[in-house]
Structures are given as C-alpha cells and as structure tokens.
Design a protein around this ligand. Sequence first.
Ligand code: PLP
Length: 387
Amino acid sequence: MTDATPGGAGGSVRGWGDGTRSVRAGEPAPQPGAPLRPSPVFAAPYHLGDLPPRSGGADAYARTEHPTLRVFEAAVGELDGGRCLSFATGMAAVSAAVLAVTGAGDRVVLPADGYYTTRLLAREELERFGVRVEYVPTLEIEEVAARGDLAGAALVVLETPSNPQLDVCDIAAVARATRAAGAVLAVDNTTATPLGQRPLDLGADLTVGSDTKALTGHSDLLLGHVSTTDDRLYARLKAFRDHTGGTPGAFEAWLGHRSMSTLDLRLARQAATAAAVAELLAAHPAVTGVRWPWRAGDPSARLAARQMLRPNGVVSAELADEAAVGRLLAASRLWTAATSFGGVHSTLDRRAQWGGDAVPAGFVRLSCGIEDTADLVADLAAALDAL
Ligand SMILES: *Cc1c(COP(=O)(O)O)cnc(C)c1O
C-alpha cells in the first residue's frame, strides 16, 4: 500500500478549531484525482506478492490493520491527542483497556456508578481470572486517591461525567496519584467526547470511548476506541486486539469517520438544547434532581468548567415514578423512548428499567438531538404540563 500517512490535511490539526478538526483530522495530504476523503477498502486478505507479511506498511490481513481503519484512527487519535486503536464496540474498547493491562492477583479500581456493563465485565469476567476489583463512587475517588489508597492498584478506571448521573471527578488529581502508585489510569470519556474533554492532556494513560454515542452520533453503528500517548501501552493494546479480534471492518470505520465530521455542529446544537431543557425541567414542579454539568449551581459545574472543554446534550432528572415517565413519553411527539445517547434524535430513557443503575424508578436520562431547540422545548413543556 502506498496510502499517504494520515495527519490532518497532510499535517497536524492542532491549533485549529473544533469544526475544522472534526472534518480534517486524520486526512491524508490531497492528491490530484483522489477523492476528498479516502473510500473504504473492502478486503480481508491482501495480495502479498513476494513481500513477507508486514514489511514496510504493506497490508496483509485486515484483522490486524487495514487502510480505512488507519485513516479513521488517525482522525480520532488527533482529537484525543494520542494514538488511537478502534474497536468494534465501546465494550470491546473498555474490555481491551482493562484486560490488556491486568493479570491474576492485580487490584483494579472501577467506578461504582459508571456504565453498568463495565461493572458486569469486572464481576462476571475479570473476577473469574483472579483479578481483585473494587468499586468506588465517582464523587469519592479523589478522596481515596488523596489518602494514598490507590497504592498497589494496577489499573484505575474513571468515568467522568459518569453515565447516567453525570457526576464529575478531577482527572488530573487522580492521575497524579495513579502515577505515584505506578498504576495505569484509564478514563471512559464517552459522555464528554474527544472534543469535550482530553483526558490524556490531564495525565490519564488511556482514554476510552463508546463511539456508538455522540462521536458517530446517528444511532446506526457500533464502535469504540482507546487512545494513548504511551508507545508501550499502544503496543500492548494493539497486540490484545490482534489476539482477541475486536477490529472494526472497513464499512464501520469509513461510516464512523464520515459521521464524525459533523461532531462539532451536532454538539453545539445538542448543548444549546440541553441548556434550555435543563432550565425547563428545573423550573417544573413535576421534576426534581436535574443534572447538567454546565448548569449554574450543578454540583459538577465548577469542576466541569475547569477540566472540560465544552458541554454536550446529556441531561438527567427525576420524575415521580415509572407511571409519570410513561405519561410524559405518551404526551410527547419529539422525545422518543430509547436507550443510548448522543444521536441526532432526541431520546429519553428510564434507567431503572435496565437494572444495574442504583437510581430511583422515575430517574430519566435525556439525550438532546439536533432537532430545533424551540420545537424540543415546546414539545417537552407541553408533555410536562400533561403530567
Ligand atoms: C455505551 C457506553 C459504553 C459501551 O459502549 P457500546 O458501544 O454500547 O459497547 C461504555 N461506556 C459508556 C460510558 C457508555 O455510555
């Protein structure tokens, strides 16, 4: 293969704004006659000719690498500020980040209130292999780190803002403690997206994302990734992916890259809507516990403003009970019952129906889409008044 080395219009995109970076990150230098964005290359094996496998960039077999994946990974890696490895789903990426750096007898610290399947991965898979797992709430991890209680840990995982309760912890403070303890720090950055927060710049060793959510943002594909600035960790994760086979195919990588181009625009609309929705919910007598880390007075606001780069469209709140959520959904035309978040459609998810999250029956996570803010607010206001 002679594809040009990706690097954002043939060079680094650092210094450009989010819109430019969303479009141009990872792109090869322009070549006359070539498409603006490389087309997907659909192949499992490649002609070897008389080249020994993996000599000087020649593609041989797509499980280990392929041209479409290289361009997509270059793009995501530039937004993260590291080298990216893409995976077939967010959980494949989380699994790689956790399993590639731990072994029997190791101590692993996970968020007690983060994505539920990450806890299932620990409880039902990791623990079978003799890994000792501890669960610490997002709001307590800084204190645990400050006390020196991360000493002896091999891996610490943060999820900030946590999903679904949107608590925020101080990545840089925990990173100092994990460095001192000799542990690896991984941050699940799914809710923030690589434009909203750069854990690697804050001292994390790994940043992990479910790109099923806002990064690709159209509710039509599954992807995940891990990025790092550490070449040794990169090599370990790359080997893990080669051995376990969570590599995305060309269609997903191409569509993920195409979808990512609009990330800046989508986040801007979603955040503007979230600001209005959070105010509407907070002012309504049928709603309590509204959370959006950029709302003045939110318990996460001070830290979010300091460590995050921009807001997004995920809001959480509490209605009276399950029946109230049902009535709200029935009265709404634009807020659709669906799990996941970060897509172009506005959705509302009653989290307790999934089990796992220790949240009240009426707790909902709202994901603001990219429909008109005024329409979404008017529709939600009418549905709330029908309660
Ligand atoms: C959705 C999600 C995941 C898992 O991603 P999938 O693409 O569904 O496998 C992991 N972490 C967080 C915070 C998520 O929201």
